[in-house]
Structure formats: C-alpha cells, structure tokens
Design a protein around this ligand. Structure first.
Ligand SMILES: *Cc1c(COP(=O)(O)O)cnc(C)c1O
Length: 367
C-alpha cells in the first residue's frame, strides 16, 4: 500500500462496513417519483404517533436557547430519571440516543486485545462498536432466533469485557423472561460489564415486565440502557440513558462527548417522561397493530417470529425481490440480509391504516 492516510488506519477500521439505516422517505420519493405524502415508512421502528405534544412544545421552547451550550451534566433530566427509578444521579449516563450509550460503554471498557460477547441476529451496533475499538467479536449462535444465555456464558473468555443483551431483541423481537437474565447476571464474572439493552421495554405486556433497574444495586457490573427514541418518539432528536453503578457511570462520563445531548433533546425528554399517558396510547396501538399484522401473515401462510417489540420479522422467501416490489408501491420496510436473514423482512408496527397499506402491498408483492 502507498503512504496515504488511509494506509495508516488500523485494519479493523478498514474491516468495518457502515450501519445500514432504513431508506429515508425523501430518497424513495426522488427515486420513484411517488410523492412523499403517499409513501409509508415502517423500516426503523419509529413511533407512528411522532412525539408527545408536550415533548414537542418543550422542544420548540428550548430552541430559544439553541445558541447556548446545553447542560453537559443534564441536571434536570437526571433529576427526573433519578426520581422515576429511585437511583442516584451519579448512576446515570445520558447519551445522544442509546446508540451513544452503547458506544460510550465500548470506549470505556474495550480496547485492542479485549473481546465482547453478543448473540447472532442481535443489534448491528454491537459488532460495529466492538470492531471500532479494535476489540474482538464473539458472536454466539442464536437459539430460536434469540439469545442462548448458557452458550453466551460459556463464550466469555479471559479478555471479555462486555456482554451485550438486547431484550426484546432487534431485529428478531425475541424476549427473555426477567428471571433468566437475573440468573445469568449471577453467573457472569464481576469484571465483565453486562449491557442490558432495553430499547423496547415500554412495549412489553404487563405480565412480561421485570425490574432490571432494581438489579443494578446487586450487580455492580450491570448497565441498563434505555431510550426515548422508540416508544417516546424522540428518534430524530436523539436521547438515551444508562443506569449503572456509580463507578461505571463515572468512567463512562469521562469518555463521552461533553455536550452529547442537545438542549432540545434534553428538554423534550423531560417533558416526554412526564407524559406517561402518551406512552400507554403508543403501546396500546402497538398491541393492536401487531395483531393486525400477524393475522394477515397467518392468512398469507407466512412464518413470522413472535415479537415483543414494535416490529415483527416475517419470512417472505426472496426478500430482496419482495422488498423491491414494496418500494415500487411506496412502502419502506427493512430487509435484514445484512443480519444473515436473507429470506426475512422486518416491519415496524404503524398506524392501523399504514399497516393495512403494507399488508395490501405485501399481498401484491407475493402474488
Ligand atoms: C433502536 C435501538 C437502539 C438505539 O436506538 P437510539 O435511537 O440510539 O436510542 C438500541 N438498541 C436496540 C436493540 C435498538 O433496536
């Protein structure tokens, strides 16, 4: 290789492929000539209701202070979160989305020579963030498209510093009962950080819920990661948080960007967390929409993976071809060939009329 700047970049950076996001509505409009208003996007597990009107009002008001740096310590937001969960402010890490929380954890705990353990068919950011630190990925074979906790425990080696668990999992929507995660935590070596990524926890039915935040007091190597970007609808503003032992939070706060969460996102988050009624409406719509989608899959004779998130993964055969047909009809969903599931599409639950349009387009695509 010649002496270019690129030639000096570590091989692990060259080995990365960028995260593949859902296709933006504006892009499909440009490509097909379909007006944006006629396109539906069910590709990125976004909130079909947008954000709570109270959150939006707070965000708009916060724009007034947009020329000032935000509170880098997020005092008001941390106060609300600490009260909500009965934890200390020193146990909190605020992120520019929970993606940032995951990244910050890898910055603090991974380096070349270390490893991270995660499941096959789990969130794409785990390998991305691990490889970007020069650390090794230990990917553990999935069990029924979800996490095999026994195998993950076995996979932890001398240099493992992080285990990632997404519960519910993305892109498959599988779920592990709380008691299984609690038993797992009791067996993980104390010097391995368990990142419990609960981006979809607000969508869980009451009977599936468990109190992971309460475990933080017992397991100083646990980081619970949550987000305002899914059920609370702040995906574009970006706001996530981690709850963990004060020592872990302190280390993470040293490596994060000082102003990683904008003043607009922080203000919206404070208002959103205080509007639980909105989240309940969102979760109820999700339950109904999930039934609408899976009943249609059953009628079409399609296999799907029962999901605990705000999306469902369905087996359509040649997913690239079906996806092309859906796009031509103005419907954006997510092919997950990049996750090693080339026959499957992941579709986010939308509003009833969006789900109906997707179902009609899917029927057409399969005909
Ligand atoms: C969407 C998602 C996230 C991150 O979302 P943010 O928008 O960065 O908060 C994290 N983990 C999983 C499993 C997700 O699906």
């Amino acid at each position: 290789m010649s002496d270019t700047v690129a030639s000096r970049v570590p091989a692990y950076v060259h080995s990365l492929s960028p995260y593949q996001p859902g296709k933006p509505v504006s892009e499909l409009a440009r490509e097909t000539g379909i007006p944006e208003s006629k396109i539906i996007k069910l590709a990125s597990n976004e909130n079909p209701f947008g954000m709570s009107p109270k959150a939006k009002a707070a965000a708009v008001a916060a724009l007034e202070e947009g020329a000032r740096y935000p509170d880098g310590n997020a005092f008001e937001l941390k106060t609300v979160l600490a009260r909500k969960y009965g934890v200390g402010m020193e146990q909190l890490v605020i992120g520019n989305g929970s993606n940032d929380v995951l990244e910050i954890a890898t910055h603090a705990f991974l380096s070349p020579g270390t490893s991270a353990v995660f499941a096959q068919y789990s969130f794409a950011v785990y390998p991305l963030a691990t490889i970007a630190r020069g650390a090794r990925c230990i990917q553990v074979k999935a069990k029924n498209y979800g996490h095999d906790l026994d195998a993950m425990l076995q996979a932890i080696d001398q240099v493992t510093r992080i285990v990632f668990i997404a519960n519910p999992n993305n892109p498959t929507g599988t779920f592990l009962p709380g008691n299984e995660i609690e038993a797992f935590l009791a067996h993980v070596p104390q010097d391995v950080l368990v990142v419990l990524d609960e981006a979809y926890t607000e969508f869980l039915p009451a009977e599936a819920r468990y109190d992971s935040i309460a475990w933080v007091a017992r397991f100083p190597n646990l980081l619970v990661s949550r987000t305002l970007c899914k059920a609370y609808g702040l995906a574009g503003l970006r706001l996530g948080y981690g709850v963990t032992h004060p020592e872990v939070a302190d280390l993470m706060n040293r490596v994060r960007q000082p102003f990683n969460a904008s003043n607009v996102a922080q203000a919206a988050a404070v208002a959103a967390l205080e509007d639980q009624g909105f989240v309940e409406t969102v979760a109820e719509n999700n339950r109904l929409g999930m039934a609408q989608l899976t009943e249609a899959f059953a009628k079409l004779g399609l296999e799907w993976i029962p999901s605990f998130g705000n999306f469902v993964t369905v087996r359509v055969g040649d997913a690239v071809r079906v996806d092309q047909s859906l796009l031509a009809q103005g419907v954006i969903v997510r092919p997950i060939g990049g996750y090693g599931m080339p026959e499957w599409l992941r579709v986010s639950v939308g509003l009833p009329e969006e789900n109906a349009r997707f179902i009609a387009a899917l029927r057409q695509a399969l005909a």
